[in-house]
Design a protein around this ligand. Structure first.
Ligand code: IPE
Ligand code: IPE
Ligand code: MG
Length: 247
């Protein structure tokens, strides 16, 4: 029996975020260059997206490239950027016909022009779709995002448009690249690493974490179903006590 059949479809996270990790180790295990693993990882993106569609997840955010990933060897960085362009270009028709809406978070101004162009056209083309929103975190890091928000707010205060007392969580969130996207209820990291690596620090305040040993290129639909089942086994208390929740 697939884990899909065990999922309570009434309690599926609206937003799932995934730190797709382990491509390099997977490739090395097969005796290949790291880029081979990144290429293979595209199939796992399809798997995760299908699982999101089958369960009713509305937002799927994938950490694809961090601001720290620029520090990798040039060959790998160039290969990742090329892969991004070819994947977006090749997949956009199918994504569009599957009603998927593509968005990005992160500092897109820092991406190569070819990437920016491919992303912008995919975002524009799919903007009215009403199925899963697929959010690619590219040139993203949470500290960059929080600092950027702080600078924008400081600018508004300096111009007299905002008073410090008016800075609420809602105001702050409007300056994050995730504005208009609900916080993820579930955060998954593959490859057995138990860290957040500068991803969505503000937004995961009350997320449930699911860690799996599976390396990203081995990730299948079933792995997302298992993560959702794990999520459904948790009691989310938001600072309260059990008795208050079960009233
Ligand atoms: C995740 O896999 C993909 C990116 C960070 C772009 P890695 O490339 O980090 O693979 P490992 O962690 O070295 O195995
Ligand atoms: C996190 O993975 C970034 C992405 C998945 C894009 P990394 O492989 O870069 O993270 P660390 O360096 O192991 O923390
Ligand atoms: Mg890694």
């Amino acid at each position: 029996m697939s884990s899909l059949e065990k999922i309570n479809l009434e309690n599926v996270p609206e937003h799932v975020a995934i730190i797709m990790d382990g491509n390099g180790r997977w490739a090395r295990q097969q005796g290949h260059e790291r880029l081979f693993g990144h290429n293979y990882g595209v199939e796992s993106v399809r798997e995760a997206l299908r699982a999101a569609q089958n369960t009713g997840v509305k937002y799927l955010t994938l950490y694809a490239f961090s601001t720290e990933n620029w520090n990798r060897p040039k060959e790998e960085v160039d290969g990742l950027m090329d892969l991004l362009v070819t994947t977006i270009t090749n997949e956009v028709d199918e994504l569009d016909s599957n009603n998927v809406r593509i968005q990005t978070i992160g500092d897109s101004t820092g991406l190569p022009e070819g990437c920016r162009y491919a992303l912008m056209s995919a975002i524009e083309r799919t903007k009215d779709n009403t199925g899963v929103t697929l959010i690619l975190a590219l040139n993203y890091s949470s500290r960059w995002e929080i600092l950027n928000a702080t600078k924008e707010i400081a600018g508004e205060i300096a111009r007299g448009e905002l008073s410090p007392d008016d800075i609420t969580s809602d105001v702050f969130e409007k300056h994050l690249t995730t504005r208009s996207i609900p916080d993820p209820e579930l955060m998954i990291r593959t490859s057995g690493e138990h860290r957040v690596s500068n991803f969505l620090l503000w937004q995961i305040a009350y997320s449930e974490f699911h860690f799996t040993e599976v390396l990203w290129p081995d990730f299948k639909e079933e792995d997302l179903y298992k993560a959702i089942l794990d999520f459904q086994s948790r009691e989310r208390r938001f600072g309260m006590v059990s008795e208050q929740l079960n009233k």
